[in-house]
Design a protein around this ligand. Structure first.
Ligand code: SAM
Length: 287
C-alpha cells in the first residue's frame, strides 16, 4: 500500500532531508489518500501500461503508480528531490527517474525506449505554472497516448471542459477538445496539499481521440483561426480574423454569410465544427 501520501510520512521525509519548498516549481505535495485513489481509479492503470509522471515530488503518486503499472517514468526538475526519490523508490524495479524539465523531454524517444508497452498514459499532479504548455506539448506532439489524468488548477479544468457560449470557453477548450474528451473527476480543496495552494484544484481526465472529432483540411490553420478569434475578445469575429490574417473584411463577411453566420458573430459562440468550416473557407481565400 502507498505510504507516502500520509501527511505525517510526508513531513517526516521533508524534515529528514531538510527540504525547502520552491515556489517557482509549483511544489504542492498531495497528502490526501482518497484523492490519490480517485486519480488511480480514473486512470485505470494496469500492468500493460507505461505511465509517464510529470513532477513526482517526493514520490507520493509514483509509489502508488509503480504498484499498479507495468513501468513508470517520472520527470522531476528539482535537484534536491532526486536523492529523495531515489531513496523512496529504491525498492521498485519498474521505475525510471529522469532529472530534467518536462517541457524539454524527447517523448518520442522515451516511448521508443519502452516500446514493449502498447498502452501509454500520463498521470500527474502538475506544477500549475506550466500546466497549459505541458498539456499542449503532449497533445500537439500527437504521441500515442491513451489518456492524461492530471491535477490542475480548478479554473484551468473548467476552461478545458467548457462548452460554446459559456464564460470559460475559449482557445484552450477548443484545443483540448480537438485532441481529447475531457471529464472533471473531482474538485480538490487546498487542505489536501502541503503547502496549501491559494487556489482550488481539480483532477481532470482526458481520453484521447483516436480520430479527430472534426475533419478539417489544415489543422494548423484551424488553430491559427481559433487563436486569432479569441485574441481580441471584444472584437467581432470578422474584425479579429481580418486583423489576424491581414485579410480584407469584405472577403471574411462574404465567407461568414455564405456559411450562414450572422455578420456580428463572436468566436465565443462557435463550436469546433464551426471553426473547422471557417478555417477551410479561409484556406480557400488564402490560396
Ligand atoms: N507529484 C507530487 C505530489 O503529488 O505530491 C508533486 C506535485 S507538485 C504539484 C509539482 C512537481 O513538479 C514538483 O515536484 C516540482 O518540483 C515539479 N516540477 C516543476 N516544474 C517542473 C518541470 N518543468 N519539469 C519537471 N518537473 C517539474
Amino acid at each position: 500500500m502507498a505510504k507516502l501520501v500520509d501527511s505525517k510520512e510526508t513531513i517526516a521525509v521533508l524534515q529528514k532531508t531538510n527540504f525547502q519548498f520552491k515556489k517557482q516549481f509549483g511544489q504542492n505535495f498531495l497528502i490526501d489518500s482518497s484523492v490519490l485513489e480517485h486519480i488511480l481509479s480514473f486512470s485505470e492503470i494496469n500492468k500493460d501500461d507505461l505511465i509517464i509522471e510529470i513532477g513526482p515530488g517526493i514520490g507520493t503518486l509514483t509509489e502508488a503508480l509503480c504498484e499498479r503499472a507495468g513501468f513508470v517514468v517520472a520527470i522531476e526538475i528539482d535537484d534536491k528531490l532526486i536523492p529523495i526519490l531515489e531513496e523512496n523508490l529504491s525498492a521498485k524495479d519498474n521505475f525510471k527517474l529522469i532529472h530534467g524539465d518536462a517541457l524539454k523531454v524527447d517523448y518520442l524517444s522515451l516511448l521508443e525506449e519502452h516500446k514493449e508497452f502498447s498502452s501509454v498514459k500520463v498521470v500527474a499532479n502538475l506544477p500549475y505554472y506550466i500546466t497549459t504548455p505541458i498539456l499542449m506539448d503532449l497533445l500537439e506532439k500527437k504521441l500515442p497516448l491513451k489518456s492524461i489524468t492530471v491535477m490542475v488548477q480548478k479554473e484551468v479544468a473548467l476552461r478545458m471542459k467548457a462548452a460554446p457560449g459559456t464564460k470559460d470557453y475559449g482557445a484552450l477548450s477548443l484545443a483540448v477538445q480537438y485532441y481529447s474528451e475531457p471529464s472533471i473527476v473531482q474538485e480538490v480543496p487546498p487542505h489536501c496539499f502541503i503547502p496549501r495552494p491559494n487556489v482550488s484544484s481539480s483532477v481532470i481526465h482526458l481520453r484521447l481521440h483516436k480520430k479527430a472529432p472534426v475533419s478539417v483540411q489544415d489543422p494548423a490553420l484551424l488553430f491559427k483561426t481559433i487563436k486569432f478569434s479569441f485574441m481580441q475578445r471584444r472584437k467581432t469575429l470578422v474584425n479579429a480574423l481580418a486583423s489576424g490574417f491581414h485579410l480584407d473584411k469584405k472577403q471574411l463577411q462574404d465567407l461568414l454569410s455564405s456559411l450562414s453566420y450572422p455578420e456580428n458573430v463572436r468566436g465565443e459562440t462557435l463550436s469546433l465544427a464551426d471553426f473547422s468550416l471557417i478555417s477551410d473557407g479561409i484556406r480557400e481565400i488564402l490560396s
